[in-house]
Design a protein around this ligand. Structure first.
Ligand SMILES: CC(C)(COP(=O)(O)OP(=O)(O)OC[C@H]1O[C@@H](n2cnc3c(N)ncnc32)[C@H](O)[C@@H]1OP(=O)(O)O)[C@@H](O)C(=O)NCCC(=O)NCCS
Length: 177
């Protein structure tokens, strides 16, 4: 098995059904984030959603979904895929930490580990879509060197037409921004 990314202070483990109860309570604790980015609260079976979700290009084999452990406590989730928006690129669909574990540098550690993982897998770029008016997330990703490349409008059930910035970070020398 290919090793997951290895952040300094947390452990990433492939998501499976045994994580369902703990992950659901993390998602419910993050209701502000769900409201902010989707206009809706978390659903009643978020683990099933993460497992069933298909990457934008439709190739499930390129999905990488890890839960985040601090020692024995499940504190968050990272949902990624290779091959979006361009072949080989590494796309971060979601990085989410329980509110009690934010602001201590753990998210930054995880981003650095994801960058190293993408680089080791020869991805030219890492991408993420960040809601255009979500200032905290914009600052977080810009602080890690991500640059907005394009604005996209998505139709969200809870919010209607919503602007997202596609942000990218070049991680291999051959990448052209
Ligand atoms: C974004 C997130 C993963 C960052 O993880 P973290 O461990 O809190 O981040 P770090 O401690 O490494 O860095 C803190 C920085 O994150 C940013 N940040 C973004 N959202 C934040 C939040 N809700 N709470 C605290 N910091 C947040 C701040 O800019 C902060 O910078 P500062 O230290 O100068 O105030 C985490 O805060 C989170 O899960 N937020 C909600 C989900 C989200 O917004 N995900 C990103 C969009 S996919």
């Amino acid at each position: 098995m290919i090793a997951p990314p290895s952040p300094a202070r947390t452990r990433l483990v492939p998501l499976n059904e045994t994580h369902a109860a703990a992950l659901q309570s993390v998602c419910e604790a993050c209701h502000d984030f769900y409201r902010e980015t989707t206009g809706l609260p978390p659903g009643p079976a978020e683990t099933e959603n993460f497992l069933a979700d298909v990457p934008p290009h439709g190739d499930r084999s390129q999905k990488r979904v890890w839960v985040i452990f601090h020692q024995t406590t499940l504190i968050g989730i990272v949902d990624c895929a290779f091959g979006h928006p361009a072949p080989g690129d590494f796309w971060i669909g979601l990085l989410l930490l329980h509110p009690d574990w934010r602001g201590q540098g753990l998210g930054g550690d995880i981003v650095r580990a994801l960058v190293a993982y993408a680089r080791d897998h020869a991805a030219p770029r890492i991408g993420i879509g960040v809601k255009a008016d979500y200032r905290a997330a914009q600052l977080f990703w810009r602080g890690h060197g991500f640059v907005p490349m394009a604005r996209q409008i998505s139709m969200l059930p809870g919010l209607g037409p919503t602007g997202f910035d596609v942000m990218q970070l070049a991680v291999n020398d051959r990448a052209q921004m």
